[in-house]
Ligand binder design. Structure first.
Ligand code: SF4
Ligand code: SF4
Length: 126
C-alpha cells in the first residue's frame, strides 16, 4: 500500500514517513504565523488546564484581527512555543490548530510547489 497522501486539486503528494527524520521543519525555521480560531483557543486552553485568558496571555499574540501562537528563538530558528525539540513533536498534538493539521495541503502552496519542497522533505511529485 502506498504511504503517499494525495488531495484532489493539489499538484503534489505527501509522504508522512518523512516527518520522523526531518526535525519538525514546519514548526521551526522562518518566523511565521500559527493562527488559532476561537474554538481552537478554547480546546488548547482546556488541554493545558488553563483559563482562556491565561492561555491567551501566555501563548498568543494578536495579528490584525486574528490570534497566533507565539514563537521562541533557538539558535537562529523561530520555533512554535509548543514544538518539543526533545521528541520532535507537538506538545498540544491532540488539539493542534487546523493550520497544522492541514499542512502541507494549503491553497497557498498549490502554485508554489518548489517553495514547499524546500520547507518539507515529505513532498513528492504525483
Ligand atoms: S516539514 Fe514536512 S516532513 Fe517535516 S515534520 Fe513538517 S510535514 Fe513532516
Ligand atoms: S502547534 Fe504543534 S504542530 Fe502546530 S506549529 Fe506548533 S508545534 Fe507545530
Amino acid at each position: 500500500m502506498s504511504d503517499i497522501t494525495k488531495k484532489e486539486g493539489y499538484p503534489y503528494g505527501f509522504k508522512p514517513s518523512a516527518c520522523s527524520t526531518c526535525a519538525g521543519r514546519c514548526c521551526t525555521g522562518e518566523s511565521g504565523y500559527i493562527y488559532v480560531s476561537k474554538n481552537e483557543i478554547i480546546s488548547i486552553a482546556k488541554l493545558l488546564n488553563l483559563s482562556v485568558n491565561d492561555f491567551g496571555v501566555k501563548y498568543l499574540f494578536k495579528k490584525d484581527y486574528k490570534y497566533s501562537i507565539k514563537e521562541v528563538q533557538h539558535e537562529g530558528s523561530h520555533e512554535c512555543v509548543f514544538y518539543d525539540r526533545n521528541t520532535n513533536g507537538c506538545k498540544i498534538y491532540e488539539s493542534r490548530p487546523s493550520q497544522c493539521i492541514t499542512f502541507p495541503f494549503w491553497d497557498y502552496y498549490k502554485t508554489r510547489v518548489d517553495e514547499l519542497k524546500e520547507e518539507c522533505p515529505g513532498i513528492v511529485d504525483v
